[in-house]
Design a protein around this ligand. Structure first.
Ligand code: AMP
Ligand code: MG
Length: 272
């Protein structure tokens, strides 16, 4: 646990800076090893359980966890492993797919805003409004001036959430091209996993460099002091889980949610 706080500083995308993903090693483990990491992660998950219960009991603020990553980066796995720490009652998960006709008829934040967690909740976005500057940019689904204007719109939206009691924390799960290939192959080879493999994923893979460029821009332009991005080296699933659990825990700890003041029974009233 001693090293955990350093991860938050080491993995944060500096607000106002420019991130070059070729400077980040997706296989990094920051001195942790698989065996010892399990114990550390278990401790971090216990801490999350306690903090989420306090946030829920307090009932005044919420936390939004945004998960982004290229196909097979481990968004689903992170939700399964790390978020088991939370009581499902206070932990809504929203997965954003190709927008419906109704969603496309509205501004790009319309479907997002309605899924933002309510007071006391820790909400998880599996993909998010960032798709509107990622896949939408790579495939030129809207004109350039439209997606270019969205970075500022996203920052304004997240500022609005922050000012209204929602703490936003964003993770880019970063794997390299070779790791993605291995994961695709593993999905294809395993009959219980092949359903996760989509032919379209191979087409997207051909656009790897375009996606990396789109991610670099999104991370650089929208990492703010109140809603920072963290780049999580995610080739090693066990390190990914440890790092996300550590940073979410630090974020919640900083909020320091409190149990409400205990009520006192009026004079003469007894519980019987
Ligand atoms: P999956 O997460 O594997 O279920 O796939 C969901 C798909 O929906 C991905 O290919 C995303 O790129 C796509 N998607 C999500 N949001 C958008 C969006 N705003 N515009 C276009 N495609 C999207
Ligand atoms: Mg997919």
């Amino acid at each position: 646990m001693a090293q955990a706080p350093n991860l938050r500083d080491s993995l944060r995308v500096t607000p106002g800076g420019h991130i070059d993903l070729s400077d980040v090693d997706p296989g990094a483990t920051f001195g942790f090893e698989k065996e010892g990491a399990r114990v550390v992660t278990d401790g971090l998950l216990d801490r999350l359980t306690d903090l989420q219960e306090r946030l829920w009991a307090e009932g005044r603020r919420s936390v939004l966890i945004v998960l982004q990553g290229i196909d097979a980066a481990g968004k689903d796995g992170t939700i399964r492993k790390v978020m088991t720490a939370f009581n499902p009652q206070g932990c809504p998960v929203a997965s954003f797919k190709v927008p419906s006709a109704e969603e496309l008829a509205h501004d790009f934040l319309w479907r997002i805003h309605r899924r933002v967690p309510g007071k006391g909740e820790v909400g998880i976005f599996n993909r998010s409004h960032y798709e509107d500057v990622l896949v939408v940019r790579v495939h030129e689904l809207v004109p350039k001036d439209v997606w270019k204007a969205r970075y500022d719109q996203i920052v304004a939206f997240e500022d609005h959430l922050t000012a209204n009691g929602t703490t936003v924390v964003k993770f880019f799960l970063y794997i390299d091209k070779e790791e993605q290939l291995e994961r695709f192959r593993a999905r294809y080879d395993d009959p219980t996993k092949r359903w996760k493999f989509a032919l379209g994923d191979l087409e997207e893979r051909k656009r790897w460099d375009d996606y990396i460029a789109a991610y670099e821009d999104a991370l650089s332009k929208t990492s703010t002091r109140s809603a920072p991005w963290y780049v999580i080296p995610a080739n090693k699933k066990w390190f990914r889980d440890l790092a996300v659990a550590s940073i979410v825990g630090d974020t919640l700890q900083e909020l320091d949610p409190q149990y409400p003041e205990p009520v006192d029974l009026p004079d003469g009233l007894v519980i019987e």
